[in-house]
Design a protein around this ligand. Sequence first.
Ligand code: SF4
Length: 72
Amino acid sequence: MTCKWYPVCPMKRYMDAGLLDPKWVDTFCKGGWERCVRYEMEERGEPHPDWMLPDGSLDEALRDEKRGQNRF
Ligand code: SF4
């Protein structure tokens, strides 16, 4: 089952733009979303940056992409 947040999750935007390693979507969004740090924080209503990956690590390249190209 796919994560309920996937349609609105930044990971989908990065994925569609070809900026994200598909392993993240396969492993979390379309697999073990209950282990996703983004999911847990979303459920708790805690703010988190768009460029935080499902394991909770921050991907500076995604952050820079977001700032530099302003296309999201
Ligand atoms: S990154 Fe996490 S919250 Fe976002 S769609 Fe994937 S599993 Fe869900």
